[in-house]
Design a protein around this ligand. Structure first.
Ligand SMILES: [Zn+2]
Length: 296
């Protein structure tokens, strides 16, 4: 039922949006034969279809291997390898130009980077390609330690994000931890879509859980877009709470009065960050009745 409350909407443009709003493996003759082979030779099963028969209409893949924005969709197979080489080389050309520019601006730039890092911020953001953390925050190299995943989730069984928080707090001694979500998040949208997304299901279920926790408030919002935006904000808030639940954050804060946790949301329409004004101290007090881990 929850999924029906937020229906797929065209226009957000993320890969995850493409997953949930488009059809499965296409059979169009415009698709390069090599790509067909790749798709048909890979098992895309969600567990419910154990059949090895991937040909014909019986294919129950949960994945859509094509993105409608993908320029290679209409390329001749022989052009694709060249295109891949060019897009690879472009990064190295840009890298050389960037390195030259940095040296021109500050001859000591790379000597300083080599000396080590002492960032003031830990940024936990969405993997969405449209949100370059350093650029939108104006933070430069060495100023922000970054972790990104789908829908900027802080899951306590995820060794990756937990290791990042532990390292950032206990070794780098960051002063701020920012959980930055964004409106139009494909991960949040996918979570609220009634569709089996295979391996993504357990990850995205964390967002469904946020919906369940705030079901009353969300269901009272009649406008679908507004409800969806509110879920993005509530999820960021829950992830902030998850950060504060960690022993590293609680113990460091008890000793040093930092790090403080912030929840921000980025908007594509104006490029601005909205501060959800998380009250770190209040949130800490609220959770410590149950989650107090200050004794080591
Ligand atoms: Zn996102």
């Amino acid at each position: 039922m929850i999924g029906q409350m937020i229906r797929p909407r065209v226009g957000y443009g993320s890969l995850l949006s493409a997953y949930v709003s488009r059809t499965l493996v296409p059979t169009s003759s415009s698709v390069p034969a090599s790509i067909h082979l790749t798709c048909q030779s890979r098992s895309c099963s969600n567990g419910s279809s154990g059949s090895s028969d991937n040909s014909g209409s019986g294919n129950k893949s949960v994945y859509n291997w094509f993105n409608s924005n993908d320029i290679t969709r209409n390329m001749a197979p022989s052009d694709i390898a060249n295109y891949l080489q060019q897009t690879h080389d472009r990064v190295f050309e840009s890298n050389r130009a960037w390195a030259d520019e940095q040296k021109k601006k500050d001859p000591e730039f790379f000597a300083k980077l080599s000396a080590g890092q002492s960032p003031e911020y830990l940024w936990i953001g969405c993997s969405d390609s449209r949100i370059p953390a350093e650029q939108i925050s104006g933070l430069g190299a060495g100023e922000v330690f970054i972790h990104r995943n789908i829908a900027n989730l802080v899951v306590n069984t995820d060794l990756n994000v937990m290791s990042v928080i532990e390292y950032a707090v206990c070794h780098l001694h960051v002063k701020h931890i920012v959980v930055c979500g964004h409106y139009g998040c494909g991960g949040v949208k996918a979570a609220m879509t009634p569709k089996d997304l295979g391996l993504l299901n357990p990850w995205l279920r964390n967002i469904r859980d946020v919906y369940r926790l705030h079901e009353k408030e969300l269901d009272a919002i009649k406008d679908e877009a507004a409800r969806y935006n509110r879920l993005v904000e509530l999820s960021v808030r829950e992830q902030c709470r998850n950060v504060i639940k960690t022993a590293a954050v609680q113990q460091s804060y008890a000793k040093n009065q930092y790090p403080v946790v912030h929840g921000w949301v980025f908007g594509f329409e104006d490029g601005l960050l909205k501060d959800l004004k998380i009250d770190h101290k209040q949130m800490l007090n609220d959770i410590q009745k149950i989650y107090n881990l200050t004794e080591s």
